[in-house]
Design a protein. Structure first.
Lengths: 592, 280
């Protein structure tokens, strides 16, 4: 900019035309805005359909706006502690209301009716949602805000991971896991811990063989032993206790022993009590899944609370969940008292927990959600392991010259080409190879997971290669010069440095896998199943399949309401999964 | 072990006085050879990088390799710990003897060789790990069974970095300044207690103050280690080295003698021209 004005002021240098540059700048801006705008309109309509907002009473919207949204925005502004920001937020909120109402009414009067929108909803999506997003961003920079969002993130993220675990145990044998854990994981961890504290390197090397031996023993003993503890006790012993112990260790390293016992013990105790006696004492929840969710969410929350109290700043932010719950309850009370009609959203508890139905109001997505979660877990593990192994081999081990070099280049070109092969073709491959030849069955979890892993493998490999290539050669040479073997250099220097990049590629690729429909149709996954899968070889469906099936139903309720609800659920799970992975990656980048 | 303990700061402890009695008198000629090259030729593809070099580098002395860019001095340095193996087009003929053995013999494992020869690079390259893990890296990969923390402390003291970082051993090595990073790399190189330390222009990416600290450090290191340093800086070579080898274009070793002799009364006219800055 400065050069622009200088050039015009200084005589004798002439002028340089920047028209093309400026035209290009605005064209690219226009292209990106157009794309985002189109997507935003689509998402707004899907949201309106999924939550039945078109039929929502304006008073209902107003009530929740006042009890839930306004206090939340207030919290963000309090956290940001910036008077200018507060003034601007109020101005945008108020001015936006007037502007949106005026423009909307003008369009309705002079142009024509806009379907399924009114000015209140327009205000909600055009002003309130972006404003909230911005204020969350600004609020998170203040200490109370970051504490509050950190707490909510751990609560929701922990609960989601807990539920994902419980879903995985629908198809994986928890009794086998119990044996593997008891005979393999625990002894290996003990051996490793002994080696670590006493500095005995032979013990460290013995840990892995111990684990493998224990696992083999477990697989061998599984059909022989026939009495097992109940699922609650298996979860308690194999998941809740180690998670609590890990949390306690974290706190112990940071502050004191008593706090560590509290941070591990309180959530563990709570999980055990609710899991074992929840239903008996009339809590309404209980059983193994409740235990899992409370343990997985509770321990990180306890560790986080310890840190927040330790730092002592922004403790007030811990009230954010209370604020939100109180807001929701107050809104419900007001709606109840004044008899304001409430909308009936398609995304409801029934939708998330019931099986599909011919009747739109009873239709549920539960079996498909379970199917998708299982597929994604398997695809993530398979494609990550295979992708990282392949890319490490290609980048670190093969030669660049000679016959090997030529073969590597050929392989490289083919991997790049495979990334561009249409997914239907992968479906065909899965059908021929996994379903028919290897006999994993049509549309089973194994067949689908293997097919989708193959589908995203090229993308995973290419992005992992990029990440590995971007590790500076200086570091490799430094490690080599210390007398490290190729493997030691790869393991200690290259992979830790490339890990965030590898994870980014895997996240993007998984996003593609979770939404794929064509290969699922090809390998014969069911469009609709009525119960969640009970093993890896049972028939099952996935979210995109179910949504696709609903979209073909003749009833308008399905095509508008139920499909929209399915899409929103799929997007929320996708965003949640990506968000968790990105948070993990950022932690890895910071190196803590 | 004992040798890393003995060469901490001069004022440090009783051990230091022990050392002073049997101190390494660097003005006297060293009676032992640490590294020797015989008829060494190195090619990158068809291009010859080192032309028939023979040299004997004395133990526990600082030997500087100087010469204009592209004269093969860095290549020679990398021949000693076989880092040239990493370059696929590189071909080595002749012998490089270390510890009485030709390092290019078929039965020599280059990885094992590099564990006896430390190396410091031109650009500081600490690993993106904590300071402690950086220094302990060599110990870790070699399966060291002793007290790692003590070794880390010793090495950092030897690298004159301990006082600056002792309270932040767990923070990242990348948070240090350039000069500190280079001293960290030196600490990393000496932690596994090698016999020879190779330095490839270790101060050329640093400011003069940081560079002079490294120079002081090299002087101290020569008490216990054989230091071979490539440098572009003539004054540096004159200040810190006991022996100087001058390479000129084409990878030929033109003159090799005591540093004072090279800088005050070189045999070859070309060496004098180079040292006085008439070319190069």
């Amino acid at each position: 900019m400065a050069t622009d004005t200088d050039a015009s002021r200084v005589e004798g240098f002439g002028e340089v035309s920047r028209v093309r540059g400026i035209a290009f700048e605005y064209l690219s801006l226009g292209a990106s805005v157009l794309g985002i705008f189109a997507l935003a309109v689509l998402l707004i309509y899907v949201t309106i359909d999924a939550f039945d907002l078109a039929g929502a009473n304006p008073l209902w919207l107003l009530t929740y706006f006042l009890t839930l949204v306004v206090p939340f925005l207030g919290f963000c502004l309090y956290s940001a502690r910036d008077p200018t920001l507060t003034r601007r937020a109020v101005a945008v909120g108020g001015g936006g209301l007037v502007a949106v109402a005026a423009v909307f009414t003008a369009i309705e009067t002079f142009v024509g009716q806009i379907p399924r929108l009114n000015w209140q909803l327009t205000y909600l999506f055009v002003v309130v949602v972006p404003l909230t997003g911005y204020l969350v961003y600004m609020g998170a920079r203040g200490r109370p805000g970051s504490v509050g969002f950190g707490l909510i993130g751990r609560l929701i993220g922990g609960a989601a991971i807990g539920m994902a675990f419980s879903v995985l145990f629908l198809v994986f044998d928890e009794r086998l896991w119990f044996l593997v854990y008891t005979l393999g994981v625990v002894p290996a961890a003990l051996v490793y811990g002994y080696g670590h504290t006493r500095d005995v390197s032979s013990a460290l090397t013995a840990a892995l063989p111990t684990a493998i031996l224990g696992t083999l023993l477990a697989v061998f003993l599984r059909p022989i032993i026939d009495t097992y503890p109940t699922t609650v006790f298996i979860y308690l012993w194999t998941l809740a206790i180690p998670i609590a112990a890990a949390g306690a260790l974290v706190v112990d390293a940071r502050s004191s022993r008593p706090k560590a016992v509290l941070a591990g013990g309180v959530p563990l105790g709570l999980a055990a009590v609710v899991g074992l006696f929840g239903r008996a004492i009339g809590l309404g929840v209980g059983g193994p899944n409740a235990l899992l969710v409370i343990a997985v969410a509770g321990v990180p929350v306890a560790v986080y609370l310890d840190r927040v109290f330790d730092v002592g700043e922004g403790v007030i932010g811990l009230t954010l969940p209370v604020l939100l719950i109180a807001g929701a309850l107050a809104g419900a009370a007001v709606v109840e008292t004044f008899g304001i009609p409430t909308p009936s959203p398609w995304v409801s508890e029934t939708f998330l927990t019931e099986a599909p139905s011919r009747n739109a109001t009873e239709a549920g997505l539960y079996p498909a959600i379970v199917g998708s979660v299982i597929i994604i877990a398997m695809v993530a593990v398979l494609s990550f392991v295979l992708g990282v192994a392949t890319s490490v081999f290609l980048e670190e081990y093969t030669a660049d010259t000679g016959i090997v070099g030529a073969l590597t280049r050929l392989l490289q070109i083919n991997i790049a080409n495979l990334a561009a092969v249409p997914s239907v073709v992968y479906g065909l491959l899965g059908l021929g190879l996994f379903a028919n030849l290897l006999g994993f069955g049509f549309g089973t979890a194994v067949t689908v997971s293997l097919t989708l892993s193959l589908l995203i493998l090229p993308i995973t490999i290419i992005s992992a290669q990029e990440a590995i290539r971007s590790v500076p050669d200086d570091l490799r040479r430094g490690s080599d010069a210390m007398g490290a073997t190729r493997w030691q250099t790869t393991k200690n220097v290259v992979l830790p440095e490339a890990f965030p990049g590898i994870l980014t590629g895997t996240i993007l690729a998984l996003g593609r896998a979770i939404g794929e429909t064509a290969p699922l149709i090809m390998v014969g996954a069911a469009t609709t199943v009525f119960s969640p899968p009970s093993s890896l070889f049972s028939k099952f469906s996935a979210m995109p399949m179910q949504i696709y099936a609903w979209a073909n139903f003749p009833q308008a309720e399905f095509r508008y309401g139920v499909v929209a609800a399915g899409v929103i659920t799929l997007l929320i799970i996708l965003v949640g999964m990506n968000g968790t992975a990105i948070l993990l990656r950022n932690r890895a980048e910071r190196g803590d | 072990m004992s040798n890393t303990e003995t060469k901490t700061e001069p004022s440090d402890s009783l051990i230091t006085t022990d050392v002073e009695t049997e101190s390494n008198d660097r003005t006297a000629p060293s009676h032992r050879t640490a590294v020797a090259a015989r008829d060494l030729n190195v090619y990158y593809g068809d291009e010859q990088a080192i032309d028939d070099v023979s040299i004997e580098i004395p133990e526990k002395r600082v030997t500087a390799l100087i010469g204009p860019s592209g004269c093969g001095k860095s290549t020679f340095l990398r021949c000693i710990n076989r880092m040239n193996d990493m370059i696929e087009v590189c071909r080595v003929e002749g012998d490089v003897e270390f510890g009485g053995k030709n390092v290019y013999d078929a039965d020599v494992d280059p990885v094992a060789l590099r564990r006896k020869i430390g190396m410091v690079f031109q650009k500081p390259n600490p690993f993106p790990k904590s300071i402690r893990d950086n220094v302990a890296y060599g110990l870790k990969i070699q399966g060291f069974d002793g007290d790692v923390d003590a070794r880390v402390e010793e090495s950092l003291k030897s690298a004159a970095l301990w006082d600056e970082v002792k309270d932040q051993l767990d923070s990242s090595g990348l948070d240090l300044s350039g000069g500190q990073q280079q001293r960290l790399c030196i600490a990393r190189a000496i932690a596994p207690d090698p016999e020879v330390i190779l330095m490839d222009e270790p101060t050329s990416a640093l400011d003069p103050v940081a560079a002079s600290k490294i120079e002081d450090l090299i002087d101290d290191l020569a008490e216990e280690y054989t230091v071979i340093i490539v440098t572009h800086n003539m004054q540096q070579a004159a200040r810190i080295s006991d022996r100087t080898a001058v390479f000129l274009t084409g990878g030929r070793l033109v003159e090799y003698d005591d540093t004072t002799k090279i800088f005050e009364d070189p045999e070859e006219q070309r060496v004098e021209d180079y040292i006085t800055g008439k070319f190069g």
